[in-house]
Write a protein that binds this ligand. Structure first.
Ligand code: CTP
Length: 137
């Protein structure tokens, strides 16, 4: 008997792709058979007040090259999560634990998990490090 594949879904900006991103995606991929990543578009980042170094097309390309990722979809609104979960038959919705509690309302559709972040790295911290190097040069 064939079993239905377990699909995991996550969202994020993934600018200046770093090892915190890699480790999250690796752990998410281990939770199921397929990992779908919703990558925030540039327009959605504007709404969130996030300014990226890399445009959406490049962030998407990097994510697609990551061995843990099955498929990348654009994240264009806060509200699309419910329809994405239904349309992609998602069994697990998961984010890093900086989002703990934010998406508990999706629990009526799927299992909601928050995984611990990798300490001491973030896109913001990388940007600061680069700025400090440039200033010190
Ligand atoms: N993430 C993680 N560990 C880190 C950094 C990020 O697990 N050290 C996770 C986040 O919790 C999120 C996903 O990676 O689920 C995408 O996060 P994103 O906001 O793109 O990365 P950050 O490095 O946190 O970016 P920023 O500093 O701009 O907030």
């Amino acid at each position: 008997m064939t079993r239905t594949p377990i699909t995991v879904l996550t969202y994020g900006t993934f600018d200046l792709f770093h090892h915190g991103h890699v480790r999250l995606l690796q752990r998410l991929s281990q939770l199921g058979d397929e990992l779908i990543v919703g990558c925030s578009t540039d327009e959605f980042n504007d709404i969130k007040g996030k300014r990226c170094v890399m445009p959406f097309s490049q962030r998407r390309e990097v994510l697609e090259a990551c061995r843990y990722v099955t498929r990348v979809i654009p994240e264009e609104t806060w509200e699309q999560k419910r329809s994405d979960i239904v349309n992609h038959n998602v069994s697990i919705f998961a984010m890093g634990d900086d989002w703990t509690g934010h998406f508990d309302d999706l629990g009526d559709l799927t299992r909601v998990l928050y995984l611990p972040r990798t300490p001491d790295v973030s896109t913001t911290e990388l940007k600061t490090r680069i700025q400090q190097r440039v200033s010190a040069a």
